[in-house]
Design a protein. Sequence first.
Length: 329
Amino acid sequence: MIRLAIDAMGGDNAPEITVKGAMDAIKKFPNIEITLFGNKYDIHKFLTDSTRINVVHTLEQVSMDEKEAIKRMRRDKKSSMAMAMYAVRNGECDALVTAGPTGPFVAGAHLIIRRLPGMKRTALTPIVPQIDGHCLFMDVGANIELKPEHLLQYAYAGTIYSREIFGIEEPEVVLLNNGEEEGKGRTLEKEAYKLLSADKNINFIGNMEAKHLFTSNIDVAVTDGFTGNAILKASEGAMKAFGRVLKSEIKRSLKSKIGALIMKKGLKNVIKKFDASEVGGATLIGVNAPAIKAHGSSDSYAFTSAIRQAKESVERDVVAKITKVLESE
């Protein structure tokens, strides 16, 4: 049985969505059991089926606007997020899922679950949708400053994750850059390109501009956390702006409304294709156990998807396989 630790109080709509997501996951996946960490009085308002679900009570939680993430998580042992992390660290649970704030999540995972031996930097790694598939995007905020060898490690870890979770035999890896030609970018990208090109253990196909991130068929894209975070947030903003403009245009005339009705099914399919709730959350690759960060505004469906991610990572022993590769470097 796979044991999952859930921060029931993390997220904009917790504990309602976290509890409902947990109950849905229990129905879908017969090989998991869940421990919810949080205020039992609030949790039991929504927990209508406790099959394979335990509750560990705490009144403390990490606020979504926590300002001092490292300081908070260094001393924290009683919040729902910290208690869930300690359960993973102590071997009581196999993986963590939270929709809580990103800063404390990353800091806490480093301090409590701890980084893999040999992994110099972790990577906050969402699965971004593409026209004909999806791509691991490493890193989107765990580390702002990196060295070339850290990007090489990202390529190793991303290759293993893609192979084990998505079944891709030889995942294609790209380096995000401001041009496709060799020699482009800062010193970081230039040196990383040399390392990636020389390593025969990864299928590196070269530089890629960010405009191709959602339209290409590559499997792993690596960059530093500052660049990755800026690209991800700009993309989210662009999608929201596009949606608002589209709705405005549809309401503008009767012809547009009729056209929208005709295209209703197609528009739903497009929205579903680029809906983050289908994939769940971002994995913090490089710590001692699977740790999944669901979006703060996740609904119960998205949170269930994040639980599925954690389950699959445990089932396929991804952390141990990444560790083995790091040990052989």
